[in-house]
Design a protein around this ligand. Structure first.
Ligand code: HEC
Length: 109
């Protein structure tokens, strides 16, 4: 009986381990942090989310959004269901992994 409980604990903790591995593979926030300089010029500006380049205009706040939402939004620019000249051009240069990384990064920031 006692052995069964111990086995269950081992099983449960190893499953947790596998699960955290999956989450890591889904989106690597640390990897995106290094790449985020290409987004920071527009997103990540405090106070009103206005960018000064090329003219003063609003950008949506992406920090703290749901990871799933961010992935959907970025994929939308990539596959054409969303269109915006800047975002479409940018996202076309991103891999699927980059998109997941950015989503993980901005979801936590
Ligand atoms: C030149 C300015 C600029 C840069 C650089 C830029 N964005 Fe954007 N982004 C925008 C604008 C403007 C929008 C709103 C577009 C629209 O109306 O669909 C937007 C929209 C988004 C959205 C959708 C948000 C929403 O709530 O609908 C996401 C997600 C996003 N950007 C992520 C990124 C990421 C990640 C990067 C870096 C790889 C990046 N952006 C770089 C200007 C920029």
């Amino acid at each position: 009986m006692k052995q069964k409980i111990i086995m269950n604990i081992i099983l449960a903790s190893s499953m947790l381990f596998v699960f955290s591995g999956v989450v890591h593979a889904a989106g690597d926030a640390t990897a995106a942090k290094e790449k985020s300089s290409m987004c920071e010029g527009c997103h990540g500006i405090g106070g009103g989310y206005k960018t000064a380049f090329p003219t003063v205009y609003h950008v949506p706040k992406i920090g703290g959004q749901h990871e799933e939402y961010l992935v959907k939004a970025l994929e939308g620019y990539k596959n054409g269901t969303r269109s915006h000249p800047t975002m479409t051009a940018l996202v076309k240069s991103l891999s699927d992994q980059d998109i997941k990384d950015f989503a993980a990064y901005y979801a936590g920031n």
